[in-house]
Design a protein around this ligand. Structure first.
Ligand code: NI
Length: 387
């Protein structure tokens, strides 16, 4: 007996209502107090063992059935983005400057729906942990939960997570063995001279001119310093310096990001970046400081778990796709996959017409994806913890 999206049709209306309530009350990373309280309340009502305040606002519900000691964990992220929503939805954000522009409201609803369905069907033998994680958007909530003892309190042999994917049609689920999302690094470069009157440029090393040359040089790193078959991207995204038309600024700051999938490539890029900064600064007579932060590692699927995730997609009637390549965006589920074997999936959510991308102020999670997500979460539990 396998679960189908139609089996959870009766759960849909309350899940949509829950999702839209979360959408109307978005909360930024580590501030998901209302969200996590609502989730903890819903899990308690279901009779689950509930762990709260793991890594800040993290919540876990634990459901046991039968006598097997096999354990699986499923994770949804809860946080919103610091973006002003630009939609006319009746349930649009009521919190200024916070917006569920990445569909984490939908992730929460789908995982809660799976808990509801598994509580009533119980066609599994083992333990399921439903992890509701704070602060996925750049703040490392997954790492915070792990450091707070997530997998000691709620042990798991495998961990899975899905993310809605606007590029993929509704009803399709995709993943791949190995890297699926990129490692994300941030660099900040401070070039420091003395500053001078713009009419007397010989009195200072020119931090602004050096910055301009450095932007060009940094853009040669991927093409010249990494193997042609490797995938990586470097983007300079900010230039700060100067305040007057007739003053050469004393300091200029460059900021940007690097994305890669392989540790050796990441090392080569950081080394090249530091070398170029030092070289350009020295050639101008400037001081230079580089802060290079590797904030999210690559999200790397266990090949066996990725195959099992696709198998579960087929079991629940979704179209299972082997994704041909990873995405260059990043995801802090990477930390959970460093701690436990598992896989990360993309859940199709594109309906009719043009699909609005993630992190766009006009984005909204597609509620039609809820039954598919609930069915997949249920299917992976029933498959991995088969009774
Ligand atoms: Ni997201």
């Amino acid at each position: 007996m396998t679960v189908r999206p139609g089996d959870v049709a009766d759960l849909l209306a309350p899940l949509v209502a829950f999702r839209r309530d979360i959408h109307a009350h978005p909360e930024l990373g580590f501030h998901e107090h209302r969200t996590s309280a609502r989730i903890a309340e819903a899990l308690t009502e279901l009779g689950l063992e509930v762990h709260t305040a793991i890594g800040g606002t993290g919540v876990v519900g634990v459901l046991r059935n039968g006598g097997s000691d096999r354990k699986i964990a499923l994770r949804a992220d809860m946080d919103a983005l610091p973006i002003q929503e630009q939609t006319d939805l009746p349930y649009a954000s009521r919190n200024q400057g916070a917006f569920h522009g990445c569909g984490h409201d939908g992730h929460v609803a789908m995982l809660l729906g799976a808990a509801r369905h598994l509580v009533r069907t119980r066609r599994f033998d083992g333990t399921v942990s439903f992890i509701f994680q704070p602060a996925e958007e750049g703040l490392g909530g997954a790492r915070a939960m792990i450091e707070a003892g997530l997998f000691e309190q709620c042990p798991a042999d495998q961990v899975f997570a899905l993310h809605n994917w606007p590029d993929l049609p509704l009803g399709e689920i995709a993943t791949r063995p190995g890297p699926i999302m990129a490692a994300a690094d941030k660099f900040e470069i401070q070039l420091v001279g003395r500053g001078a009157h713009a009419a007397m440029p010989h009195q200072t090393p020119d931090a602004l001119l050096a910055a301009a040359q450095l932007v060009s040089q940094l853009n040669t790193i991927v093409s010249r310093c990494t193997p042609p078959q490797a995938s990586a991207v470097l983007s300079v995204t900010q230039v700060h310096g100067g305040h007057s038309h007739n003053v050469i600024p004393a300091e200029v700051r460059l900021v940007g990001t690097v994305r890669s999938f392989d540790g050796a490539v990441q090392d080569a890029i950081e080394a090249a970046l530091r070398r170029m900064c030092g070289g350009v600064a020295a050639s101008f007579g400037l001081a230079c400081e580089v802060a290079y932060t590797r904030y999210y590692p690559a999200t790397v699927n266990d090949p066996e778990a990725a195959a099992q995730a696709l198998q579960a997609a087929e079991r629940c009637g979704a179209t299972a796709l082997l994704a041909p390549e990873p995405a260059f965006t990043s995801e802090d589920f990477a930390f959970m996959l460093q701690a436990r074997r598992g896989a990360y999936l993309w859940l199709g959510q594109a309906g009719e017409g043009e699909s609005v991308p993630l992190h766009h102020p006009g984005y909204d999670f597609n509620d039609a994806a809820i039954p598919v997500g609930v069915a997949w979460h249920t299917a992976i539990v029933e498959q991995q913890l088969s009774a």
